[in-house]
Design a protein around this ligand. Sequence first.
Ligand SMILES: [Fe+2]
Ligand SMILES: [Fe+2]
Ligand SMILES: [Fe+2]
Length: 422
Amino acid sequence: MFLFKKIRLKHLLTAFSKSMDYVDKALSNHHLRVACIANDIADAFDLPRQDRVNIFLASVLHDIGVFSLKEKLELVNYELKNPHAHAEKGYILIRDFKMFCDISNIIRYHHVPWDYGKGRFFDEVEVPIGAHVIHLADRIEILINKDQEILSQRDAITKAINSRKNSLFIPEMVEAFIDLASKECFWFDASAPEIDQTIELKGIMSDAEIDIHELVEISKLYSHVIDFRSSFTALHSAGVSAVSSLLAQLVGFSSIECQMMSVAGYLHDIGKLSVPTELLEKQGKLTENEFNIMKHHVYQSYRILASVKNMETINSWASFHHERIDGSGYPFHLRGKDLPIGARIVAVADVFTAITEDRPYRKGMTEEQSLRLLQELAAQNALDSDIVSIAISYIGELNDIRNALQTKANNDYSSIKLSNVC
Ligand SMILES: [Fe+2]
Ligand SMILES: [Fe+2]
Ligand SMILES: [Fe+2]
C-alpha cells in the first residue's frame, strides 16, 4: 500500500520551472530569476498581495510555450522580432486548467510593449498589470551576464531599461526599478546561485498544498511541455500515463495509487527537457556521445522529482523506467527486488508505447511485432514477465485507453501548432 501525501504547489512549480531552463547554461534559472525580480518590482510598485501571488505563478511558467532550444536562445536578445508566438502558445497550453485561469492572460501578454499607453490593451483585451511587470523583469534578467560580477553591470542594465521607458515599459514601473537598482541586495538576490532559497525566504508563495486530482492535472499540463517539443514525442507521455495506470489497476493497485501511477507516466521523461530538441528529432542512429546525452534524461528526471517533497514514491516509479531487472538498464543499474513494482510497470508501459510510435529513424511496430518484442524482453529478464503477461492478455484494452488519451493530447498539440501568431 502506497500512501499519497499532499504536495506543496510551490515545490512542484519551482522544480518544473528549473527543469525548463536546464537545456542551456545561458538560461539557467531564468524563470526563477524573473519571478524574484518581478516580485521585487511588484512590491516596489505596491501591488496588492493577490496580484503578487499571480505574478509569481505566471513568472515561473511564463515561457512555457517555448519548445525548441533555437526559440529559447532567440529570447535572450534584448530586442525581439516576434515575441508573441511563444506567449500565445503558453496561453493555449494553460487556459483550460482551472488552477491557472487567473494567470493565463498574464502569460499571453507578457511581451506586450507599453507603447506610450497603447499597451493597456492588446487585440482589445485589457492587458493585466502583471504582464507588464513580467515583461520588465524578463528583460532585466536577460541583460544580466551570469559570468560577470553583478554590480559592475548595474549601470549598463539600468541605462538599457531606461532607454525604453514608455516605449516598452510603463514609466512609473521603470522609476520603481531604478529605485530598486540603487540597492545592492536587489542585484544579489537576482543573481543568487541558490535562487530557490532566496524566493523561499521572500515568502512570495503560500504553503498551499495540492491533492492527487490537482497533481494529475498539473502533471498532464506539464507532460505537454515535455512532449510537444517534437512531433515524434508529442503524445508519448500521455500514452505511458494511460498504459501505466491501467496496468497498475490490473495488478491490483488502489484508485489513488493508479492516479499516482498516472502522474509517474506523465512525468517519467521530465528530464528530456535537458536534451536539445535537435537530438530528439535526429534522423538516423545516435552517436555514442549523443546517446550519452540522451541517457542523462532519466537521471535528470530523478533529480528534478527528488526536489519535490512527498514525491518520493512517484519518483521511484517514474525515474527508473530505463532500469532493467537483470541490471542492464541505466543510470542506476538497479536490479531484481531493488526495482519497485511501480517502476516495472512504467518500464513495460514505456517500451510498449515507444515501440508502437514512429521515430525519426524508424516506423512504429505493429501490435503483433510489439507483443513479440515484449515477450523477448521478459524472457531475457529485462522486463517483469508477470506484468508483460498481463499487458499481453489485455492488449486490446491497453491500446484503447492509450488511443483515447493520445487523441486528447493530439487535439491539444494541433491547437498549439495551428496558433501561428506573428
Ligand atoms: Fe517570454
Ligand atoms: Fe522569459
Ligand atoms: Fe525515457
